[in-house]
Structure formats: C-alpha cells, structure tokens
Design a protein around this ligand. Sequence first.
Ligand SMILES: Nc1ncnc2c1ncn2[C@@H]1O[C@H](COP(=O)(O)OP(=O)(O)O)[C@@H](O)[C@H]1O
Ligand SMILES: [Mg+2]
Length: 349
Amino acid sequence: MIRLEHIYKNYMTARGSVTALRDINIHVNSGEIFGIIGKSGAGKSTLIRCVNLLERPSSGEVIIAGEALTALSAAKLRAARRKMGMIFQHFNLLSSRNVYGNIALPLELAGCTKKQIADTITPLLELTDLTDKKTAYPAQLSGGQKQRVAIARALASKPQVLLSDEATSALDPETTLTILQLLKNIRDTLNLTILLITHEMSVIKSSCDRVAILQEGELIEENEVGEFFTHPQTDIAKHFITSSVLQHLPAAIERPLLVTEQPHTHPILRLWFLQGTATQPIISEISQQFNLHINILQANVEYIKNHVMGMMIVALRGENVRIQPAIQYLKQNNVQVEVIGYVPNDIAI
Ligand SMILES: Nc1ncnc2c1ncn2[C@@H]1O[C@H](COP(=O)(O)OP(=O)(O)O)[C@@H](O)[C@H]1O
Ligand SMILES: [Mg+2]
C-alpha cells in the first residue's frame, strides 16, 4: 500500500547541505501497522512528511496504492493526498472550532454538503467515542480526547492510509494505550494501513506488526515485531530493547560499578533469554553445576505477539575459574550474555 523506493532527502542550510534521509526503502502492506523508531533527529518526521509529499524527497519514489505521487500534477497530488490522513504530537486542532467543526473542516474544504458532512461525521464521533463531546471546544478536552478528535478529522476524507507522527508522545502512558487501541480498532474495522513513527519502544511493542529502526537518516534494521524483540540484529536495536525493558541498575550497584575486572570483584550480567528459553531452570542449573551464587537483581518477562522475551540482571559470585565456563554454558543454551561491569565483593547487594 505504501512503497518508498530509494528516498533521499537533503536540506539546504546556511552551513551547507544536510542529508536527512539516505536510500530509504519501505513496503507497508495493506492493513498493516508499521512502526518506525528512532532517536530525536534521526529523520523520522522528515520521512513521514515525504510519504504525503508535505516534504518533497530530493530523489526516489513514493508510491501509494500503486500510484507514483512524485510524478503527479499539483491537482492530482491534492486528490491523492486525500487517501492519506495524518495525526501529530500536538493534535493541531483549531481552537476556535468545536469538535464537530474541527472534524468537518477537511470535508468543507472538499466542498461537501451539510448533509454529506453530517452523514460522515456521526459514525466517526461514535467510532472515536466523542458523540457527547461534539459541541465542546479543544480547550475543554483532555489530551486523549483532543487526539481522538484529530483521528476523527484524519478519517473524515475516508483515507486508505493513516500517518502518525509521535501521536502519543504528549500523552500519559494510560492514555497512550487507549489511543493505540483505537488505532488498532480503526485498522481492523476500516482496513486502514498505518505508518507510525515514535521514539518509544512501548508504542512499537503494543501496537505494531512490523518495525524498522531509523538512525541518522538510514534504515538499519527491519523485522516483524515479535522477531525484532527476540532476535535483534544490531547494537542499536539491542539498546532500544534493553533500555525499554530494564531501565536502570539499582543505585547501590550502579555507583561502585567498574568497567574492567579487578581483583576481589564479581561480574554483573545482563541475560537475555531468547525465544523458547525457560529462565528459571537455567539459572538453577548454572548455580548448581558451577557452584556459583546467583543474585537476581532485576527480572522481566514479556509476551509480544506469540513470542516470549525474558531479561534479567544478575550478580554472579564464586570462584573466578568457574565464572567463564558458566557464561559459556549460558551462551550455549541460547541466552545472550552481556557483562555490564564488575562490583567489589564487599559491596552488599
Ligand atoms: N526544514 C529543515 N531544514 C534543515 N534541516 C532540517 C529541516 N527539518 C529537519 N532538518 C534536519 O534533518 C534531521 C532530521 O530531522 P527530523 O526529521 O525532524 O528528525 P526526528 O523527527 O527524527 O526528530 C535533523 O538533523 C534536522 O535538524
Ligand atoms: Mg520528529
């Protein structure tokens, strides 16, 4: 439904040309929710604005439902844009218009009659659960309600594609989940294709079918979401995942943490139990087999689609000669092991 072929985007600035996107290739299937994650400045907004040509790519092709947008005349492009709705982080509602008036705006601009507008808006108010708010003004609405108005407005011209630029970034985690659930409902009921960009892994985890990572203008990894979380390929993917699952080490460990091994220290490990590895038996096995004391500092098991992902931070204490073989044993059993650092033996944890 959405095909981006070899998209490049350069910005001319006072200090010369900046390459914001480099050879981006994406194919989003009809009815799919496709997430793009990246840090601030990675090029996410530029990329999504290239999809509806709010931003013209420097080169490359944008093909929506089989139609190459980059080749269209201005009038045809306006019509093609109606196939795409867009929602934003800051909602972009008109404060002088009430809920109904905001949703009606694109229909008024398209020259629809009052009756056509009412017939379109009534079911949209229902779908977004705003029927009793239709005469309220944006200032009287919560963030979640404002975003629901923006979603209804984006759907008013019956698009096939919805583009979402950080639509939940200004919302609290609970409201974020209700908006993501609404997007999934819309995908299911209207068979919409959704391209969603975010800097939050939790958004990817709870709503997307596939995900790609954008870093410094390049797509560096792409996968089905369950596979992405259990078999990440690049260091940046691993970083996004671990930082979303285990946020911080306890302060009692983080402060005295040493980067290199010293006498009278023991290692702190991050263990990543990939698909199908049971966590508890392996921990007790290495404890017994290598006569080590294992202290679990943090643990988390998540279910993403039909994949299970477990992560733990553990302290391993025991004779040094037994620690390396224990780490080898973990690796042989499909556990990814990362040494985070070393803690002096006399630190109580
Ligand atoms: N209109 C512009 N003119 C010049 N540089 C821009 C413009 N818009 C974005 N950039 C630059 O392009 C890069 C990507 O920006 P952006 O797409 O906004 O990233 P993100 O949305 O991932 O934070 C940044 O280095 C940014 O400074
Ligand atoms: Mg942005």
